[in-house]
Design a binder for this molecule. Structure first.
Ligand code: AHM
Ligand code: MG
Length: 358
């Protein structure tokens, strides 16, 4: 549901890319590129200045650069070392630090980013004073998987700076997810997939590494109403609240009427687990526990962008009590429980977690 008090968002509407209408015939041998998709959205938005388009193109450039390093990480000696030297005697930078530097660079060079914040930076960083956008990102999520060649990803959210401010302020980053104007992630799996929403549904683009372009591969993604798979770190079971443990017991019970037990899949990279859940349906849950009492995942650059994409695709996202996008953040690196997935599956979780069902 759009936030009626969000004047930022309504004023942005004149620039937010709308539904794509491309002059490309269905029989074309060349698919729709991400660049064309974003440009078509710009043409459909009266009064668009091109700043948003340019910002997204810079993010896409950053993701292509990160892809080349992720693909070569083992060879280049980039896996997991910091301040070490590689065989050429050069200083080796850790992959997540490299990804962070790439995104900071492309955002600064775009000239349209007023403020940026990253999981890798303690403080928010002021970029271009006149830049009207705020970009919040996790440059390389799933870092514990880097050393073992398991899928990892980049997650980002774009907001508009609050009205009335001449220069950016840290508070520009502390807006609820309802005010996101675009969000996406890149999944570095067998192929690199860029999943994007500018508030008009969700589309995914697959990188053709030979051409160096993202091509539209999954138009208008819809998250199934219900799935048959759950995704949790079961090692935390003993630390969960009673309601969460009951939900977990219930979903593993045999009951043919509602297709239980569900299958279990857990990669341990949010982007990979979220991507599977977005396409196939089901539920991913990282609840609070006695060790991570506020949850583990970060609100601003992990939970919010992923939740925006799920809502845009017809799925749901909650912290167990309320929609993630309605949370008012208090600090940059705030954590939250995160439950995302098919609407019916998230609803079931909430009824157990709230102990309305036992
Ligand atoms: P990171 O940002 O340090 O990579 O941590 C976030 C990751 C997520 O990708 C993933 O969903 C979660 O942590 C996995 O946590 P756990 O190892 O506790 O299952
Ligand atoms: Mg992360």
């Amino acid at each position: 549901m759009p936030d009626p008090t969000n004047t930022d968002r309504s004023s942005f509407a004149s620039e937010a890319p709308g539904p794509t209408s491309l002059p490309i015939r269905a029989s074309s041998v060349v698919g729709t590129t991400l660049r064309e998709h974003v440009l078509a959205g710009m043409h459909a938005a009266p009064g668009a200045t091109g700043q948003f388009t340019s910002l997204l193109n810079h993010i896409s450039l950053g993701i292509r650069i990160i892809t080349t390093r992720v693909r070569a990480a083992g060879l280049a000696g980039l896996l997991g070392y910091t301040g070490d030297t590689n065989v050429q005697g050069e200083q080796v930078q850790k992959l997540d630090a490299f990804a962070n530097d790439v995104l900071v660079n492309v955002l600064e060079r775009s000239g349209h980013c007023g403020l940026l914040a990253s999981e890798e930076l303690d403080e928010a960083r002021f970029a271009t004073n006149s830049g009207k956008y705020v970009v919040l990102f996790d440059p390389l999520d799933g870092s514990t998987n880097i050393d073992t060649n398991v899928s990892i990803g980049t997650i980002f959210a774009i907001l508009r700076r609050r009205h009335g401010e001449i220069v950016p302020a840290v508070e520009d980053a502390l807006q609820p997810g309802r005010r996101i104007v675009a969000a996406g992630y890149a999944l570095y799996g067998p192929s690199t997939i860029f999943v994007l929403s500018t508030g008009h549904g969700v589309d995914a683009f697959t990188l053709d590494p030979n051409v160096g372009e993202f091509f539209l591969s999954h138009p208008n993604i819809r998250c199934p109403e219900r799935g048959n798979c759950f995704s949790t770190n079961d090692g935390n079971y003993a630390r969960w609240a009673k309601g969460v443990r009951r939900w977990h017991d219930w979903i593993r019970e045999e009951n043919k009427e509602d297709a239980r037990p569900y299958g279990h899949r857990y990669v341990g990279s949010l982007v990979a687990d979220a991507h599977r859940t977005l396409l196939k349906g089901g539920i991913f849950a990282y609840p609070a526990d006695t060790k991570s009492t506020k949850g583990k995942l970060r609100l601003l650059y992990e939970a919010n962008p992923i939740s925006f994409l799920f809502e845009q695709a017809g799925g749901a996202a909650t912290n167990g009590e309320k929609p993630i996008l309605d949370i008012h953040p208090h600090e940059l690196h705030e954590r939250t429980p995160l439950i995302i997935g098919s609407k019916a599956d998230v609803f079931d979780y909430e009824t157990f977690a709230s102990e309305r069902r036992t």
